[in-house]
Design a protein around this ligand. Structure first.
Ligand code: MN
Length: 549
């Protein structure tokens, strides 16, 4: 069972650092199959911190919905098209299959061979009996199916259409019959009836198979040599020998070349819908033309061996796509509760401290696990970033105490690290307006309306005024595209501890904002720096006071 530790969509520093830190704690406490992941791209500030502490970015996972590859059988039992039906029967019986995929030498799937198709070949319907006696194979391959021994002639490797003829009738009737066919296409199968053996040879039969391991006379062998007829013996009686010989037909001639297949990345739910009405017994999984797995209908009932730990969020609307398809086993967060429900009891630690990184550090302490130096550095970055180096109203005495401890372990000065983080990659300078809005955007769903709150941190407002118009346009487009009641962008100056607020959307809502208005879409938020502790409660209050339309 793989455990994925992951933060919210549009990951910020705290989301990334707390996920890496908590995954590391899980590993240090004996959970071997655990990875940290991120639900979106990093930004320059995050990249700077990861580089500074020598850590790779967590794996990018943007959709956790189960895929075909999660449940398919990847040890594929297959058969090549040039194998005989006899070999296919052995395989199907031995492995207890309902059929097998048929491949060529390069693992391309050519079709499917079902046990039903094999049965139909062995027991044809009455209308098909004429073709049922024709076997397309090399003589050697036909002999091989009944463990025959060649006692006269050269091994003929050339594949041809051979007609199986049983020499069971009287000499005159047989002679008439065998002459109806092209001799070189005929394989006569019979017991120790020497006069019929001689008729077959004189008619120029390709081969005579003498069944029941009965001896063949010197005269017959001599005549065969003269007429170029191959003589083989079979240890089985005539009826059995014919049955087995028919198994020499190549699998490639009996396969169903029309079949439903899936790529390994196909969504399992979509594959299930497509597979459900199909009579197909198995579904090849094909990647770049090659057969890489097999999906059976029973595979759709399997549980995907994966579970989630959410950090820095607890609302499904902020979680990675597909999070609702996997069990959530733990949540570590410091936000409002967003109405998540689970099937089983889970570890849920929601603590209104300044960052999820703070909680991760507390988890290390609680379990008595020393915090590795590089993890301490990352947790510092998450904490500093979320609390604007303890200056945000979200910062608590717990954060201050934890930051001091982390600083000692990481041997890093918090003020210095804060300065480094916030001076890298100003969102307003390095991003397009669309990117600046999307970089740290959280969607909320409340009282039947949806809205978003984006936040960017700058070390001054100097770049804002130039970008103000473009930002407002982009925010408007974002609001309309997502169908929100309103969308907001909070631009925070971490030095002066003030913010500017852009809001686009329903006029009725804009009217209710009573901060000092600087322009139609812009308000002055003096002393406001925290989205969740200051702005979000304010917006929710404004929203709840609105009359229903
Ligand atoms: Mn956070």
């Amino acid at each position: 069972m793989q455990t994925i530790v992951i933060g919210h969509k549009n990951p910020d520093m705290d989301s990334i650092c707390s996920a890496i830190g908590y995954a590391e704690l899980k590993r240090l406490t004996g959970n071997t199959d655990v990875i940290a992941a991120r639900a979106g791209n990093t930004n320059e500030r995050i990249d700077f911190v990861l580089h500074k502490f020598g850590v790779d970015a967590p794996e990018l996972i943007t959709d956790l919905s189960p895929r075909v590859r999660d449940v398919m059988a990847d040890e594929v039992i297959s058969i090549t098209a040039d194998s005989s039906i006899y070999e296919a029967i052995q395989l199907i019986e031995h492995k207890q299959l309902r059929g097998v995929p048929v491949i060529d030498g390069q693992f391309h799937c050519l079709g499917l061979l079902s046990a039903f198709k094999v049965l139909h070949h062995l027991v044809p319907s009455r209308d098909d009996t004429a073709s049922a006696r024709v076997v397309t194979a090399a003589l050697e391959e036909i002999f091989h199916t009944f463990a025959g021994r060649m006692i006269q002639g050269e091994p003929a490797l050339e594949e041809r259409d051979y007609l199986l003829l049983v020499g069971a009738m009287g000499q005159e009737s047989f002679k008439k019959r065998v002459l109806r066919y092209e001799g070189r296409r005929v394989v006569v199968i019979l017991g120790d009836r020497e006069e019929i053996q001689m008729e077959a040879i004189r008619a120029g039969a390709a081969a005579v198979v003498v069944t029941g391991d009965t001896p063949v006379s010197a005269e017959v062998l001599e005549a065969a040599k003269k007429h170029g007829t191959t003589i083989a013996t079979s240890p089985y009686d005539t009826a059995t020998t014919v049955l087995l010989a028919r198994g020499a037909v190549k699998v490639g001639r009996k396969l169903d070349s029309e079949f439903v297949s899936f790529p390994p990345d196909a969504l399992l739910a979509a594959a299930r819908d497509e597979a459900a009405p199909s009579a197909q017994f198995i579904f090849p999984v094909i990647d770049e033309g090659r057969l890489v797995g097999i999906l059976s209908k029973s595979d759709f009932l399997k549980t995907v061996p994966r579970q989630l730990i959410l950090v820095d969020h607890n609302e499904l609307s902020q979680a990675v796509t597909g999070a609702d398809t996997l069990p959530i086993v733990e949540i570590l967060d410091h936000h409002r509760l967003g109405g998540i429900s689970t099937h089983s009891p889970i570890l849920f630690w929601n603590h209104p401290v300044g960052s999820a990184s703070t909680i991760v550090a507390m988890c290390f302490d609680q379990l008595g696990v020393p915090i590795p130096k590089h993890i301490a550095g990352l947790l510092m970055a998450g904490l500093i970033s979320d609390t604007l180096n303890l200056s945000s109203p979200t910062a608590t005495p717990v954060d201050a105490r934890i930051l001091e401890r982390l600083a000692a372990i990481a041997e890093t000065e918090p003020a210095r690290l804060a300065e480094e983080i916030f001076s890298v990659g100003s969102p307003l300078l390095t991003m397009t307006p669309e990117q600046a809005i999307a970089a740290d955007c959280k969607e909320y769903s409340e009282a039947n309306v949806r809205f978003s709150v984006s936040q960017i941190e700058e070390i001054s407002f100097s770049h804002f005024h130039k970008k103000q118009k473009a930002l407002t346009e982009a925010l408007n487009a974002h609001c309309r595209a997502c169908g929100y009641l309103f969308a907001t962008l909070m631009v925070t100056d971490i030095n002066t501890q003030n913010s500017l607020l852009l809001v686009c959307g329903a006029e009725a809502f804009l009217h209710r904002i009573d901060y000092p208005r600087l322009a139609h879409n812009q308000w002055d938020l003096k002393g406001v720096v925290s989205r969740k502790k200051q702005l979000l409660p304010y917006l929710l209050d404004r929203l709840h006071g609105m009359r229903p339309e």
